[in-house]
Ligand binder design. Structure first.
Ligand code: AHG
Ligand code: MN
Ligand code: MN
Length: 321
């Protein structure tokens, strides 16, 4: 059986050449990142960098290395007008006169997993730019404006999961370094018995979230009348990947620890690209069970947002509490 390669899939897309170039550059860089991740201690990729990012988080060496790899590759691509990253304070215009696309990324998602050899990933969102000389204001587009979203997950297999607005496809990185289509038409089952939330934050959640999770934990004897299982990889990429493969819900709600912050996850680098993929796979991606993440008008680049996404009927149940 001849399998489809990502480059053939990209070439056949009904999309402008510039977008195809962006996707090609991102995919090649994710394949390179996969080698650095796999090298671990041998690639000098473990441990802290000693720097703090704009999110006030300690950067790992791998956060910095992957951010540099993506930034350098994308700014050198003529199709790119500018980039923005979780790891950089400001947007970076590309100085490409024909640049048409804005690329936003979380270069290394799940940083706390790096040193324990657990899954991490890269998340990418692509927007059209109104100008070849963009400023931060040009990036302030709701997720509905995304023309592509993808993630790479560096797990037992390295996979790249992509949408350009016509469904979701998954590609596995072969030992020869090619992305091969292995998961066609990825669809999220509407019902599930699996949830993902950081339970250690339970006492900080708002009452309805505590009630919802409490009902799940009551199992067959409770109001939901079924037993639920729980998973938490601590890398959104890996948790969302599991949901795309076998259903489930992923929740990172607002909590009382830092009441001024709407949530932990970032709208532009995590919420929007994952919401585009989840909706394209038939799931729901919301802030609270009701409001679609993709409809949120961003106000600033590093904005945070509560996240509730996954199997459609379970997100409705979350909204109903
Ligand atoms: P990042 O490594 O890019 O900062 O993102 C980590 C995020 C997300 O991937 C994950 O789901 C969540 O933080 C884990 O949070 P806890 O530390 O509460 O487990
Ligand atoms: Mn992240
Ligand atoms: Mn990150």
């Amino acid at each position: 059986m001849t399998r489809t390669r990502l480059d053939a899939h990209i070439a056949a897309l009904d999309a402008p050449e510039g977008l195809k170039t962006v996707l090609t550059v991102v995919a090649a860089t994710c394949a390179d990142i996969s080698k650095v991740v796999a090298g671990g201690a041998l690639a000098g990729a473990l441990g802290a960098s000693g720097q703090i990012n704009v999110q006030d988080e300690e950067q790992k060496k791998l956060d910095v290395m992957t951010n540099d790899m993506l930034t350098e590759a994308l700014l050198a691509s003529p199709a790119v007008a500018g980039v923005a990253s979780e790891e950089m304070d400001e947007v970076q215009p590309a100085s490409n006169p024909a640049g048409e696309y804005l690329v936003l990324f979380d270069p290394l998602d799940g940083s706390s997993n790096i040193d324990i050899n657990a899954p991490v990933g890269t998340i990418v969102s692509v927007l059209k730019s109104a100008t070849a000389t963009p400023t931060e204001a040009d990036f302030m587009q709701s997720g509905r404006h995304q023309v592509a979203a993808l993630y790479a997950v560096y797990g037992p297999q390295t996979m790249l999961v992509l949408t350009t607005g016509a469904g979701v496809k998954g590609f596995t990185l072969s030992n020869d370094g090619d992305w091969i289509l292995t998961h066609d038409e990825i669809a999220i089952s509407p019902d599930t018995k699996e949830f993902a939330i950081n339970m250690s934050n339970l006492r900080h959640w708002a009452e309805p979230v505590q009630t919802y999770v409490g009902d799940l934990l009551k199992g067959e004897e409770g109001p939901r009348a079924k037993n639920f299982n729980m998973r938490w990889v601590a890398a959104m990429v890996a948790d969302v990947h599991r949901i795309l493969m076998r259903g489930g819900v992923f929740l990172y709600p607002w909590d009382r620890r830092e009441p001024n912050k709407p949530g932990k996850l970032r709208l532009m680098y995590e919420g929007n690209p994952m919401a585009f993929l989840v909706e394209q796979a038939g799931g729901k991606a919301t802030t609270d069970g009701r409001q679609a993440i993709l409809d949120v008008q961003p106000e600033h680049l590093h904005q945070r947002i509560p996240v509730a996404l996954g199997s459609a009927n379970e997100i409705d149940a979350y909204a109903g509490v």
